[in-house]
Design a protein around this ligand. Structure first.
Ligand SMILES: [Zn+2]
Length: 369
């Protein structure tokens, strides 16, 4: 069993809240961070069928991609669909957490998994939203405590460089302090100047991990007042953003790619703009409704954009741009994230006795006749 807030922390590690588009509604939608979780149901949309499924499968928490509350609520009428879902969820003590545009832009989010599912190589972000910034953290640790503090900092997300963790540097020196009245120092006595052998321990951390790293430092450090310095760095961090660009190895004709998309996303049809025999190699993808990124895809040299929800005038615009399009639908281009999200949560939570389930009740709303 874990608390809802532990699942929230894992979700925010995968899909940091600061990546959400302005005006989006993400995070805990319903419930309490202190609620207990033994079973999680992951889905794209919270629908009446999914609520029914969550109750039947005894889930305590639903994690969805599309926000359960998107427009402001004006009433909770039990005779309306949403009001009834809210009533049933509260009665069954089920919480709801949603990660939307922050999950689209996450390094391991909707677009990443869509590109992987479609077999693209050498992935890059199509439209950058933000770039991670780094800080240098320097702290002063009494001799003998450096190992446990190093470990705590590394576990909280500091000291990661590429594929290396626990990257720190330390040098031994003399620390001084004079505990004032009312203190209870770990070393020394109030009113007298104390000299201690201390390590200056330094490491790097992404700004997005700052709160967690400082909390870990405070908890692991033996001193009553922990001395530390934070320096902004110019190091360029990873880029987060919408869509992905990648390559097909080997290149395919547009028609063969369309057939491959159909198969890999498990859809009965895709709509295509462009010459079927044309060869495509550089591919842009954007899960959900990505037609707004057509010009970005073209400018980045993509031969084709794979997305969903393409409207008539957008299709015309693609023709004018000379960009091929494959519309595989909003649902199929985003649903790829659901099993990936379930696997991520499952890996981190199964040792704590939490079962993570993938919704089996949600399906593509469209049918083809
Ligand atoms: Zn969507």
């Amino acid at each position: 069993m874990v608390k809802v807030r532990e699942v929230m922390a894992l979700m925010e590690e995968m899909a940091p809240l600061h990546l959400a588009r302005e005006g989006d509604n993400v995070g805990l939608m319903l419930g309490s961070p202190e609620g207990e979780v033994r079973r999680i149901l992951v889905c794209l949309d919270v629908t009446p069928e999914v609520v029914e499924e969550a109750i039947a499968r005894r889930a305590d928490l639903i994690v969805s991609h599309h926000p359960f509350f998107y427009r402001p609520l004006t009433r909770i009428d039990f005779h309306e669909t949403q009001g009834d879902m809210i009533r049933r969820l509260i009665l069954a003590n089920i919480s709801v957490y949603s990660a939307h545009t922050n999950l689209d832009s996450a390094s391991q989010g909707v677009n990443h998994f869509l590109a992987l599912r479609l077999g693209l190589k050498d992935l890059k972000v199509l439209v950058p939203v933000k770039q991670e910034k780094y800080l240098k953290l320097v702290t002063f640790v009494p001799e003998g405590h450096e190992g446990e503090i190093l470990e705590a900092l590394a576990r909280a997300g500091a000291g990661h460089i590429g594929s290396y963790s626990h990257c720190t540097f330390r040098v031994l020196g003399k620390g001084t302090f004079l505990p004032l009245e009312g203190t209870s120092p770990f070393i020394g006595t109030p009113g007298s100047l104390t000299e201690v052998n201390e390590y200056r321990l330094e490491t790097i951390l992404p700004v997005s991990r700052l709160a967690a790293v400082l909390k870990a430092l405070q908890e692991a450090h033996p001193y009553e007042e922990v001395a530390y310095d934070l320096y902004p760095l110019e190091n360029q961090g990873p880029v987060w953003g919408m869509g992905r660009l990648g390559f097909l190895e080997p290149p395919l004709t547009l028609k063969d790619l369309a057939l491959q998309v159909k198969e890999r996303l498990g859809v009965t049809q895709v709509r295509v703009i462009g010459e079927g025999k044309g060869i495509v190699r550089k591919v842009a993808v954007c899960g959900g409704s990505g037609a707004a990124y057509m010009a970005n895809a073209k400018a980045a040299g993509a031969d084709v954009l794979i997305t969903g929800d393409v409207k008539y005038h957008e299709a015309r615009q693609a023709l004018h741009l000379g960009l091929a399009l494959i519309d595989a639908g909003h649902f199929a281009t985003e649903r790829v994230v659901v099993p990936a999200l379930a696997e991520y949560l499952g890996e981190r939570l199964h040792q704590k006795g939490v079962m993570v389930l993938v919704s089996q009740q949600e399906v593509e709303p469209w049918s083809v006749v």
